[in-house]
Design a protein around this ligand. Structure first.
Ligand code: HEC
Ligand code: HEC
Ligand code: HEC
Ligand code: HEC
Length: 202
């Protein structure tokens, strides 16, 4: 019953409550001259997808071939690897080596990412990515929640909601599709460091 009332109310208020979506977000390129009207196709294709990155979701964008300087620190317990999985897909625009319009077989683009969104290939100054975050890491660190039991606040555990095959990736913190409609495409709004405190027990 509660569900039905919520459903009716959300219908009534649908003009004031904004639900997140990719349209109008930083990842909506459909207004660009090189992607006129194309929303999903800059990144995905239903057929003949690029299969070079493991578990990539029907990928249509040219994939980066860069190797990266990785994050390291004396207190880091995790084993950080070269970016893989979906992080490699993000970096296929965000490392600045692949043109934005290089999708669907195009390789001659000239528009590269600029400004704050350009991460480059030196990831030593970014939060570590592409490493396994599991119970053993939480125990070794002592100030991390156990991802297999700790609630993420999004409905299930950290492992289910924020990790990809047990690994922490760019998409652990960001939702490329802007589903939550938070600033910086964050999965969890970071007011009061809420995103950080989801995993770090500080
Ligand atoms: C800027 C690139 C980009 C655009 C544009 C984009 N996606 Fe994605 N999509 C990704 C990346 C990267 C992943 C893998 C990371 C993840 O799952 O969060 C992904 C994952 C997915 C997945 C599998 C995981 C999930 O969320 O269910 C589906 C389905 C999907 N996208 C559909 C779409 C559709 C439909 C559109 C257009 C409305 C779209 N995407 C637009 C980059 C994009
Ligand atoms: C097709 C190229 C492309 C891919 C793939 C891509 N991005 Fe982006 N992204 C961009 C561009 C271009 C911008 C900057 C738009 C602007 O300057 O307004 C951007 C902006 C962002 C921003 C800033 C948003 C804001 O509101 O300020 C974040 C965060 C981001 N991307 C994260 C990601 C993550 C995480 C992935 C992978 C899961 C990803 N992107 C994949 C092209 C891409
Ligand atoms: C641990 C969480 C976390 C991870 C992992 C992460 N980010 Fe972010 N990112 C953030 C937060 C929080 C912000 C908001 C701005 C800030 O606090 O600096 C942000 C901001 C950004 C921005 C916008 C920068 C700006 O100033 O406009 C981009 C682009 C971005 N991230 C891309 C990425 C990409 C690509 C990856 C993977 C290589 C990644 N992020 C991994 C948390 C993360
Ligand atoms: C999805 C879980 C998750 C989120 C969200 C997250 N982190 Fe992390 N973070 C980790 C894990 C796991 C490590 C690896 C810790 C280790 O191996 O010592 C880490 C590493 C770090 C490190 C490096 C620690 C060292 O010893 O060098 C810092 C600093 C850090 N995170 C800060 C942040 C901040 C700030 C935020 C919010 C913007 C954030 N984290 C969000 C899981 C997360």
């Amino acid at each position: 019953m509660k569900r039905i009332i919520f459903f009716l109310l959300s219908g009534l208020f649908s003009f004031t409550v904004s639900f997140g979506q990719i349209t109008g977000s930083a990842h909506d390129f459909s207004g660009q001259s090189w992607a006129t009207g194309i929303l999903c196709g800059v990144c995905h294709t239903p057929h003949n997808a690029n299969g070079t990155v493991a578990n990539a979701p029907l990928w249509n964008h040219e994939v980066t071939t860069s190797s990266y300087t990785l994050y390291s620190s004396p207190t880091l317990d995790a084993t950080v690897n070269q970016p893989s999985a979906s992080s490699k897909l993000c970096l296929s625009c965000h490392d600045g080596t692949v043109a934005l319009e290089n999708f669907g077989g195009v390789t001659t683009g000239t528009n590269f990412i600029t400004g704050n969104a350009l991460l480059g290939t030196d990831l030593s100054t970014e939060h570590p990515i592409s490493f396994v975050y599991n119970t053993a890491l939480a125990t070794a660190d002592g100030e991390l929640y156990d991802p297999s039991t700790q609630n993420s606040g999004l409905g299930s555990t950290i492992a289910n909601d924020l990790l990809f095959s047990g690994s922490l990736e760019c998409a652990s913190c960001h939702d490329v599709h802007n589903t939550q409609n938070n600033s910086y495409l964050l999965r969890i709004d970071n007011t009061g460091s809420a995103l950080c405190l989801t995993c770090h027990n500080k």
